[in-house]
Ligand binder design. Structure first.
Ligand SMILES: Nc1ncnc2c1ncn2[C@@H]1O[C@H](COP(=O)(O)OP(=O)(O)O)[C@@H](O)[C@H]1O
Ligand SMILES: Cc1ncsc1CCOP(=O)(O)O
Ligand SMILES: [Mg+2]
Length: 273
């Protein structure tokens, strides 16, 4: 199943429209190319509907939100919904400011998202309308552990029901859930939290998996999460003595570029809950 999802991305080569932040925009473009998809970044109100129309998926990321792009996000989301394209929200830093929180809540209200992908603090904040935050990073006190996993799985399923979207939570342990089923993913490496953009890349990448696997969006999301975690493990193993987070970022993209379906199946560590 994971293999098929990966291969469908290479076969279908979906074009992904990204309205995203200016911090990690280049990494998002490169991870999409690495997996066999194509990126286009566009956020001007006068072109977003046209751009979305020629694409297969839309990735909305509020990382460097500004008043101009909020309207573009709504317009693009509306068009993507109308065309039944895959649509994903990454509520980066929601809770850090009133503008981010209000915008994320409004987006969820007005756009039908297939997947909402964030770290645990972002997802908790979105669920409650407020919450603890460390800017764009998760608050350590929110971490998903073996002890609270059952509780978080229940939370993710309930939130999926409330928001009518797959809830995809990343961190040391990842949870991907719809209202009925949840998958827990154990791949990844702690150095992934030492680069900016691992979450943004995962969101862009997941949008490509959704666009290429429209008949099973839950497993498409699980496959994307496993693949990103596996890539993190491969990239970390490749590091030598003088390598740091900059090399790791490149190795991560390389690992996605070179990943085979067989490798993904062999290295993926996930279970149904
Ligand atoms: N400590 C960790 N151990 C293993 N994987 C991690 C760790 N931290 C982050 N990851 C992985 O990094 C990717 C991005 O997740 P995360 O850091 O939660 O996103 P964000 O950058 O949006 O906060 C995911 O694939 C996640 O599984
Ligand atoms: C640092 C930063 N500031 C605004 S957006 C952004 C990038 C966040 O990327 P990620 O969520 O993938 O760590
Ligand atoms: Mg993030």
């Amino acid at each position: 199943m994971l293999k098929k999802c990966l291969e469908n991305v290479r076969k279908n080569s979906p074009l992904i429209h990204n309205i995203t932040n200016y911090v990690t925009v280049n990494d998002c473009a490169n991870i999409l190319l690495a997996c066999g998809a194509s990126p286009i970044m566009a956020d001007d109100i006068n072109e977003v509907e046209e751009i979305t129309s020629i694409c297969n998926g839309l990735n909305i990321n509020i990382g460097t939100l500004n008043s101009r792009t909020i309207n573009s996000m709504h317009k693009a989301g509306w068009m993507a919904n109308r065309l039944s394209h895959a649509v994903l929200l990454d509520p980066v830093g929601v809770g850090a400011s009133e503008l981010r929180t209000r915008t994320a809540v409004e987006l969820v209200k007005n756009i039908k998202f297939d997947v909402i992908r964030g770290n645990i603090s972002e997802i908790k904040t979105l669920a409650n309308g407020s919450g603890s935050t460390r800017g764009v990073d998760a608050d350590i006190r929110d971490s998903i552990t073996e002890e609270n996993l059952t509780e978080y799985v229940k939370f993710a399923k309930q939130l999926s029901k409330n928001m009518d979207a797959i809830i995809a939570i990343s961190g040391v342990i990842d949870i991907v859930a719809d209202s009925k089923d949840a998958y827990v993913i154990y791949n990844g490496h702690k150095i992934m939290s030492k680069i900016t953009g691992s979450g943004c890349m995962l969101s862009a990448f997941t949008t490509a998996y959704l666009a290429a696997n429209k008949d099973n969006k839950l497993m498409a999301t699980v496959a994307a999460f496993c693949a990103m975690g596996v890539a993190g493990e491969i990239a970390q193993k490749r590091m030598s003595e003088l390598d740091g987070n900059a090399s790791f970022r490149n190795y991560l993209i390389d690992a996605i570029y070179n990943m085979t379906g067989e490798q993904l199946e062999a290295m993926a560590k996930y279970e149904k809950r």
